[in-house]
Design a protein. Structure first.
Length: 232
């Protein structure tokens, strides 16, 4: 399938890498139809986040988080479908449920975005998963270890690799003024969040123009990923 809809003359693509607790910063990146970053924010203030989004009412939003949580334990049903497809490639998903997260900030963010006209029913907001996009599009179906949980030298190397790969498709160099080799630990976290937001924006762009797979529906959340391609 492809995302098939029309929202306006100037399409924008917004990627959001949200804090799950609301305690840390959320990264938001806005790309235009030429895949140039035209706006961004990195904030803990939900009002600042919404101020960025409200200017782009013809956007498609991709968020790296579950947005509807009804399950008390375990994974959501459509996440299990995702895992059946991607676990053979050693890609997993964190289980999000009410027991683990009595409060989950992305759910609140989704509620506020609904007030601005973004909803699964309107087909202009989706759950996305940067790791899946990176695997399918950029890294030959292998997990790229660029997260802070990995050893610092591994994170630096792979984060720089990912940023350079993304530079080939999205004009986002202004988001990364300091080289990764010089960046401090807290700067690496910010760059990790921002590149995830960029990949979220690229995911909805890619899925609008190319084949993708959708898991779930409006009742439980729509998770989209680029369709797995054959790799040598």
């Amino acid at each position: 399938m492809r995302l098939n809809f029309y929202l306006g003359n100037n399409m924008y693509y917004i990627g959001i890498d949200p804090s799950w607790t609301g305690i840390n910063n959320t990264a938001i990146v806005v790309c235009n139809d030429n895949l140039k970053v035209v706006n961004h924010c990195y904030s803990k203030d939900i009002n600042e986040m919404l101020e960025v989004v409200v200017a782009y009412n013809d956007a498609i939003i991709g968020i790296d988080a579950p947005l509807i949580i009804k399950n008390q334990t375990g994974h959501r049903s459509h996440e299990i479908e995702f895992l059946r497809l991607f676990s053979p490639y050693k890609l997993g998903l964190h289980a999000v449920n009410k027991n683990r997260f009595p409060y989950f900030f992305p759910v609140e963010l989704y509620t506020e975005l609904n007030r601005l006209g973004f909803s699964f029913e309107n087909n202009n907001i989706y759950e996305v998963y940067p790791h899946a996009t990176v695997m399918v599009i950029f890294n030959n179906m292998k997990v790229l270890q660029y997260k802070s949980k990995y050893r610092l030298d591994i994170q630096r190397k792979n984060l720089m690799q990912l940023i350079n790969l993304v530079y080939n498709v999205i004009d986002c160099k202004d988001l990364f003024p300091v080289t990764i080799a010089q960046a401090k630990k807290n700067e690496l976290k910010k760059y990790e969040d921002l590149i995830d937001a960029v990949v979220c924006a690229y995911t909805v762009y890619y899925c609008k123009h190319n084949a993708c797979i959708q898991f779930g529906d409006s009742n439980c959340g729509k998770l989209i990923v680029p369709k797995i391609m054959r790799h040598k």
